[in-house]
Design a protein around this ligand. Sequence first.
Ligand code: F6R
Length: 609
Amino acid sequence: MCGIIGYVGEENATPVLIEGLKRLEYRGYDSAGIALLHGGEISVTRSAGKLVNLEQLVERNPQNGSTGIGHTRWATHGRPSEQNAHPHRSGNLVLVHNGIIENFISLKHRLETEGYRFVSETDTEVIAHLLESYMKNGCSLQEAMRAAEVDLHGSYAVAALCVTEPDVIVTTRSGCPLVVGRNEQGSFLASDVTPLLVHTREVVFLEDGDIALLTPSQISVLGANGEELTRETVTIDWDAEAAEKGGYDNFMLKEIHEQPQVIVDTLRGRYNYETGEADLPDLAMTAEELIAARRIWIVACGTSWHSGLVGKYLFEEMIRKPVQVDIGSEFRYREPMIQKDDLFIAISQSGETADTLAAAREAKRRGARVLSIVNVVGSTMARESDGIIYTRCGPEISVASTKAFTGQIMALYLLALHVGRVRELLSAEEGRWWLDQYTALPGRVESVLKLEPEIKKIAEKYYSKSNFLYLGRGINYPIALEGALKLKEISYIHAEGYAAGEMKHGPIALVDENMPVVVVAPRDRLYEKTVNNLMEVRARSAPVIAFGFEGDEELQRVADVVIHIPAVHPLLTPILFAVGLQLLAYHVAVLRGLDVDRPRNLAKSVTVE
Ligand code: F6R
């Protein structure tokens, strides 16, 4: 939810912190703050609203110090306000926190009886007072952090500094991501690698319970008894430029246009054309284990859940295995009848989504093999899974997920091919045929991207409508859901996605001339049925926006406007239609004058349930 950053070194920390926060702002953006330690004093600057407010404050009142921490917040406890913004102070120390302290009320009562006065509405403030109370009793900052961990229930990544220990930042995590790295100018910490890339490519992902001590010249990671731990250093090969907008008006448009490259990158080195097989070395499952898997479970949230639903249609058709798709928050609190030997696939862009992580842990506890399809290298999900397929999309900054969705579906295509070949449901020749289709997809997505001017015209015609209905069938039913989700999250227009065959069972009551109906209608075996649904819509005077195949003249007769995408095998249509619907949602939101990268009330990474 929130983003934290820290720097201790030889340079002025302010620009490092502000630049770092800019790259973390997608994690939450209702307030921000920094704290610097200089000459035995801590200065704290905080501001409600977007980061630019903090930047202006800092410009007007510059602070010095080469040890500092910063935070960009997405409110969980307490309103977005300056008072609730981090860093929070207690006595001689300040800290920043990402996550939720579940037992903060009981801790607050305990600390109040010790005489602490609370000045914010946050759960974070209890951590500050807790550390202070341990330090008052003789602990070092690091010892206080270890002691506080016993008291704290919930999820957190915390970074703290104090006057009595200059040139040191102490940081720890439990359930929230935290990464550290250094260069010759000092040591850095952050919620993820994005802000670190301009400083170093060699980073360490901390594990739950690790305490890291950062000084200008070194980073030590300590275990439960203060023993020094060795944690693997990971080299990140993301280009720092990849996190910039690269000439586009915003990250969302840039990320939509990156999708051909995402397909190329996700396929790269992962197949053998000669044998018609996919090559997934990190799957960590033998052919026998894949064959033995009785059932496939796919669990995810939001857009990633939609890619999971695409996976269901794909797997059932290509590899003839029963597939159950669940939303993370539902799976974790049910009594899912998952068995040992079932294959559990968690899909997540961030690899930190609390509900998906909890579901994966539950599946593991019940004996299933956990495979994750994840974008963020070294994320908690990736580290906790038995096998991984990274989607290689690079950082996705825009809150609305676009390229990650495409990367996830490509990973599912590879997995379907792999299992299909292993189970001998597909011959080498068929495998090669699928590979030809997969490798042709980037060019086909380019063709859809070229339709942007036409799609923009549709947006211009309908952007002022208040409700949209999206329809699709089969493997494109999840694409109708995804199209509606994209529209609602960035344009704030009410939009519903429905299986076209379900329309008569209720939603048709809503259909009138004010309700544009967006339909995804490939020329597949369900085409005629979808066209019939469109006739029903037309009969109620609703404007019909159809996405169909090139050369489909019939669609023209039942729709007000048609976008023609390249004709491909039905199982390969979802990405192409999704790109068209992303562009539609994008242009509607832009025409409504909205900040598409940072929609209200949303955060990029949902690390609490
Ligand atoms: C929608 C969106 C969210 C995420 C969801 C899961 O555009 O971004 O619905 O898809 O929060 O996030 P990950 O994939 O990081 O687990």
